[in-house]
Design a protein around this ligand. Structure first.
Ligand code: G1P
Length: 293
């Protein structure tokens, strides 16, 4: 029987240099889109996909993430006294179960591959998901759930979220060399981290959602430095392509690069426009502000 994907790894050790000064003293994963921090969207997506254990790979200056996923008795008491039942319910709703969350320090920021490797002992010998909170996806069915459903349909394998990007942006992403392609699922023949447009095997980029077999840990163990002198997840995955099936999934939904200022602003607008309690007011405001451009 196909082993269920029960665990998700959230690499949250990054410095957020693209978002300074906002991220000088605050983790980039705590930046709110409307009224929820990015990392909360990532955890909610994982929960909606059936994930039961949440493993955060953190770094210095990231303790507010731990506080966010903990109870806050002082705050709860004040809300209770003031009869703010809705706010109390919202807090409870977003809290993962006691005992289901683990934090590991990545001692040095050596890259995404290294961050995932740090979670090795907590993941053990089972398939797992990796979610990059920077990549926020607005969709009807959560992106990770779409990927898990495709994995069930295929009977296993490694699945990466994928989408077409402008040709001149290939140097920002892991890029797929596609094989058989049915328009949704793409067989992955090769993967290259951040190639220049002239060397890119396609315009199909990997987006921050992965379902991986635990064999990747063996490769990350000895992984040499790659693009940007970092230990790259993409390089380890590319070495596994001959021994393990890999597919990209063109997911349904809109992806926002929330590590980027414009992407983050777009996400705030898009998510606000989804909310019936504020969309009219926000739309009117945008129309008014943009009228003279
Ligand atoms: C990481 C991965 C890259 C992937 C991207 C998606 O890059 O290394 O392969 O395409 O996430 O957002 P980063 O954005 O951390 O530089």
């Amino acid at each position: 029987m196909l082993q269920k994907v029960r665990k998700a790894v959230f690499p949250v050790g990054g410095l957020g240099t693209r978002f300074l000064p906002a991220t000088k003293a605050m983790p980039k994963e705590m930046l709110p889109v409307v009224d929820k921090p990015l990392i909360q969207y990532a955890v909610d997506e994982a929960r909606a996909a059936g994930i039961e254990e949440f493993i955060f790979v953190t770094g210095r200056g990231k303790v507010t993430i731990e506080d966010h996923f903990d109870r806050s008795f002082e705050l709860e008491k004040v809300l209770e006294e003031r009869g703010k039942i809705d706010a109390l319910e919202t807090l409870a709703e977003h809290l993962p179960q006691t005992g289901s969350v683990a934090y590991i320090r990545q001692h040095e920021p050596l890259g995404l591959g290294h961050a995932v490797w740090c979670a090795k002992n907590y993941v053990g010998d089972e398939p797992f998901a990796v979610i990059l909170a920077d990549d926020l996806i607005l969709s009807e069915k959560p992106c990770l759930k779409q990927m898990i459903d495709v994995r069930d349909e295929l009977g296993g394998g490694n699945i990466l979220a994928a989408m077409e990007v402008p040709h001149e942006h290939t140097s920002r992403y892991g890029i797929v060399k596609p094989g058989f392609d049915d328009g949704k699922k793409v067989e992955i023949k090769d993967l290259v981290e951040k190639p220049d447009p002239q060397n890119a095997p396609s315009d199909l980029a990997v987006i921050g959602r992965y379902i991986l077999e635990p064999t990747v840990f063996g490769l990350l163990e000895n992984q040499a430095r790659g693009a940007g002198n970092e230990i790259q997840l993409t390089d380890a995955l590319s070495s596994l392509l001959n021994t393990s099936p890999f597919y990209g999934l063109r997911f349904d939904g809109t992806r926002f690069d929330c590590g980027d200022k414009i992407g983050f602003l777009q996400a705030n607008i898009a998510f606000a426009l989804q909310r019936s309690d504020m969309n009219r007011e926000v739309a009117d405001f945008i129309r008014k502000m943009a009228a003279d451009l």
